[in-house]
Design a protein around this ligand. Sequence first.
Ligand code: HSE
Length: 437
Amino acid sequence: MSEADKRLRVAVLGCGAVGSQVVRLLTEQRDDLTARVGAPVELVGVAVRRLDAPRDVEVPEGLLTTDAAGLVARDDVDLVVEVIGGIEPARSLILAALENGASVVTANKALLAEDGPTLFEAAAKAERDLYYEAAVAGAIPILRPLRESLAGDKVTRVLGIVNGTTNFILDKMDTSGAGFSEALEEAQDLGYAEADPTADVEGFDAAAKAAILASLAFHSRVTASDVYREGISEVTAADVASARDMGSVVKLLAICELRRGPDGHEQVAARVHPAMIPRSHPLASVREAYNAVFVESEAAGQLMFYGPGAGGAPTASAVLGDLVTVARNRLADTRGAGESAYADRAVQPMGETRTRYHVAIDVDDRAGVLAAVANAFADHDVSIQTVRQEGRGADAQLVVVSHAAPDAALSATVEELRRMDIVREVTSVMRVEGGDE
Ligand code: HSE
C-alpha cells in the first residue's frame, strides 16, 4: 500500500438504531480514529432501504444509497460494516464483500448462529477479517476475551444473561410481583421490548448468542439449532415468588458447558432457559436491561463481564472497536484470528445434560404423601437435595429441589407427579443453577 493509498474506506450497510450510531461515531471521532488506526478512516457509503426514512443521524451529503450490492461491489471499499440484521440480504452482501476483498465487521447474531461456518470459510478463502464482537451482549467485550485473551486457557463454562429485554421483564416481576404480561407491557411502554417480542421472550435471540459463545469457547461448530431453548412467557408470578422464598431469583440464562458424554469424551452442552439462581450469585445482581457473562476456565478461574447488552450507541461501540482492529490489520497487511473449530466436539442432547429442578406441588396433607412424592423421584433415579413442606389446613405445599440428574429423568419425574392422585397441582417447575449440584 503506497503512502497516498493509506486510507481505509468504509461502507456501512444499514442505518437503523446501530448503523446510525456507527455513522455518527465514524464522523465525530474521525480524527481520533485516524490517529488510532494510523491512516484516515473514511466513510464512503451508507446503504439503506429508503432514502427518505427518518434517521437519528445526518449522513454526509451523497453517501446514502439504496444499492447495497453495488456498494459492496465497489473496488475502493476496504471495510464493510453490516448492521442490517437477519439472514438475507445480509449473508449475500457479506459474502460478496469478502469475495471482493473487503474485510467485514458485523453485528448479525442470527446469521452467525445459523450459518457462521459459510461466512468463516468465505473469510478464510478471501484471506480477510470477519469480526463480530457486537453480535453478543452489545457493548460488553466478551468475544475478544474468549477468542484472544483466553486462547491459552481451557474454558469450561459460559453462563450469561445475554438478553436485556427478558432480564428487564424478570427483574420487574421480581421487584413488583407483577405477572409476565404486565411486566412485558411495561417493557414495551419503555421501549425495551419490541411490539412483536417473540425473538426476545421466547429465547431465540439468547439462543443465537449462546451458539456463538459456545462455538468460540469450545472451539467447535455450534449453531442455533443445537441450542436447547425455552423462553420466559410461561414464567409465572408464582415461580418468581417461589424463587424468592428459596433466596433465589429467576433469570433467563444462556448456559454453555463442556460435559462428559456417555463414551467419556467431552461434549458441548448449550441451552437457554429460565432458571432460579441464588441471590448471592454474581449474575443475580444484574438488574433491569443489563447483560452479564460469567466465564469459568481452568487456569483463570471465574471471570465476569458486565454492561449494556443492547441499544444503538453501546452496540456501535463494539462495532467501532472491531473496525479499528480490522483497519489496523489491513494496514499491516495481516489478519486476526479466524474460526477455531478444531476440537469438533459433539453437541450433547438436552435430555442427557445434567440439570437440577425446583418443583413446587400442592398435595393432600396426610400420611404417605411425602413418601409417595419421594418415590416418584427415586423411580427415575433422581436424588432429592432439599424438601420444604408448608401446611395449609387439609393441604400442604411441598417444594422439592433435586440434585443434578439427566434432564430427561427430571422431566419424566415431573410428568409422573402430574399424574399422581395425591398431587392436586404442580404449581412451579424450574431448573436451578449456580449452587452445589
Ligand atoms: N433484543 C436484544 C436484547 C438486544 O433485548 O437484549 C439485541 O440482541
